[in-house]
Design a protein around this ligand. Structure first.
Ligand code: NAI
Ligand code: A1CAB
Length: 251
């Protein structure tokens, strides 16, 4: 977001309570970093909150008295509800967003929802900001933020899990670590490119790769026999349920 053209250096202030983080952040060209809330919160139009969910209560307590009515809170914390943030801050303009790690390279996906008090124009500005990190989707109900946490928020880790397993298999087949990495990363990149450039479903593409009685079918049969499809869905729901549980701890 900081690297995007729509924000100038003076438009962004970053705060972290850890001294070493502030030192690290101050070495970057795109913004100034701060340690004290009173040095930046009062001047902000929008306040992005990106601490761990269990640090939110004390952060909001420390922010009391520094905020003003028109400010917008944009939380990316998993599970923490708009209602909790509203009660903890006394502010009414709240946005809940769930980004994912590829935002770091402009390939993120952020789902978001805004409280009724956020105006249409403010919402569009926020969407523009979120889109600097990739794509965004506006969801119709807050529960979809928790649901998208289980798909896109945590999802990159599932992809890395799959990559790790395939790289381990390649190593066991005798490839070097470097060749294993190339074999797997190029396979993922190629498959995604194919998928994105057509209307074919993943199932349709699987059928294109698998020749009858061939190697791919042997692999797919093994996945089906082990109910991998069920296991992956169960994992996504575990993340979704954990987001709901985190929310219940913040009421
Ligand atoms: N890591 C990910 O892929 C994603 C994380 N999130 C959410 O982002 C939030 C942060 O997660 P991570 O970046 O993984 O954690 P992190 O631990 O790397 O970053 C949190 C930062 O908050 C700082 N901090 C803690 N208390 C503070 C306070 N009172 N005032 C100022 N700074 C404070 C810490 O020093 C740390 O630098 C979480 O709420 C998580 O649910 C959301 C989507 C994706
Ligand atoms: O693991 C977590 O709780 C955070 C939220 C989504 C990705 N990381």
């Amino acid at each position: 977001m900081a690297k995007s053209k729509i924000l100038k250096k003076r438009n962004i202030m970053i705060l972290d309570s850890a001294e070493d983080k502030v030192e690290q952040l101050n070495k970057m060209a795109h913004f100034d970093a701060f340690e004290k809330l009173e040095d930046c919160v009062p001047q902000a139009d929008m306040i992005f909150v990106a601490v761990k969910p269990h640090h939110s209560k004390s952060l909001f307590e420390d922010m009391a008295g520094l905020t003003t009515k028109g400010q917008i809170i944009i939380s990316i914390m998993a599970g923490v509800s708009i209602d909790f943030i509203r009660k903890a801050t006394g502010l009414k303009k709240i946005v809940r967003a769930m980004p994912n790690l590829p935002a770091q390279v402009g390939k993120g996906l952020t789902s978001y929802i805004a409280s009724d008090e956020v105006s249409r124009i403010e919402s569009l500005t926020i969407e523009d900001l979120l889109n600097t990190t990739g794509k965004s989707i506006l969801v119709s109900k807050e529960k979809y933020i928790d649901a998208s946490t289980g798909i896109s928020g945590s999802g990159p880790a599932y992809v890395f899990y799959f990559m790790q397993s395939m790289m381990e298999a390649a190593l066991q087949m005798g490839f070097s670590a470097n060749d294993s990495k190339v074999l797997v990363s190029q396979t993922f990149e190629g498959a995604i490119e194919l998928f994105n450039q057509s209307d074919l479903t993943p199932d349709g593409w699987m059928k294109k790769v698998a020749s009858k009685g061939g190697t791919t079918q042997a692999a797919l049969d093994s996945m089906e026999d082990n109910k991998l499809n069920e296991l992956i869905k169960e994992a996504a729901f575990a993340a979704f349920n954990r987001a709901v549980e985190l929310g219940e701890a913040h009421v």
